[in-house]
Design a protein around this ligand. Structure first.
Ligand SMILES: Nc1nc2c(ncn2[C@@H]2O[C@H](COP(=O)(O)OP(=O)(O)O)[C@@H](O)[C@H]2O)c(=O)[nH]1
Ligand SMILES: [Mg+2]
Length: 197
């Protein structure tokens, strides 16, 4: 179980050159704009407004490094796939995550957040493939679980896992900021992830 003793934003990096020194294990969060990355961070850390959440998607353009318990980083990567971000940003798809995967000299795990309510977008599918192309098995987190009925969950679970090409070596977890048991499950998972390194 992850017990948060301290948590704070260390660096907001606009490019790979400003990433902090790779001194800790890193858990990297990627997903489209508005999928719930900032909400995820706040919920699993039990900090109401550490990461800024917004109803206006497409705002975060930096990789935000949060240092937890002086022992590992949670890294909030810029969201992708928001239509109103400038064309230039949209076309350079995931440049920060790409340079991260290419060059980062730290032990890390990647969590790919996907909206449980909808089939994956083409950007979601590209992102999943991009991560796998670096030999990394992403953990998929299906967000906003509270917004689906049970039968919808079963249906969407099948659609999303098959369209992302998820196989047995990949973990899939459901998440909702509205459900205590799902937050605790995620804290357990993160606790084990950190202990396993
Ligand atoms: N009902 C519900 N809403 C959520 C959940 N997670 C995020 N949201 C909402 O979705 C919107 C976008 O969330 P945010 O964390 O800012 O997404 P980000 O762009 O990926 O960082 C906000 O209005 C959140 O309140 C969830 O588990 N359940
Ligand atoms: Mg955010």
């Amino acid at each position: 179980m992850l017990k948060v003793k301290s948590a704070g934003l260390v660096t907001s990096a606009p490019s790979a050159g400003s990433f902090p020194p790779p001194e800790h294990f890193e858990i990297v969060l990627v997903g489209k704009s508005n999928v719930g990355k900032s909400s995820f961070i706040n919920a699993v850390l039990g900090r109401k407004s550490l990461a800024r959440t917004s109803s206006e998607p497409g705002k975060t353009r930096t990789a935000n490094f949060y240092l937890i318990n002086d022992s590992f980083y949670l890294v909030d990567m810029p969201g992708y796939g928001y239509a109103k971000t400038s064309r230039k940003i949209r076309e350079s798809f995931g440049p920060l995550i790409e340079s991260y995967l290419e060059k980062r000299n730290a032990d890390f795990a990647v969590i790919h957040l996907v909206d449980y309510r909808h089939p994956p977008t083409s950007d979601d599918i590209r992102m999943h493939e991009l991560i796998r192309s670096y030999g990394v098995s992403p953990v998929t987190v299906l967000t906003k679980e509270d917004k689906l009925k049970r039968n919808e969950r079963a249906k969407m679970y099948g659609i999303i896992t098959s369209q992302l090409g998820i196989d047995e070596d990949e973990a899939v977890l459901e998440f909702s900021t509205q459900k205590k048991e799902l937050i605790e499950e995620m804290q357990n998972f993160l606790g084990e992830l950190i202990c396993s390194i």
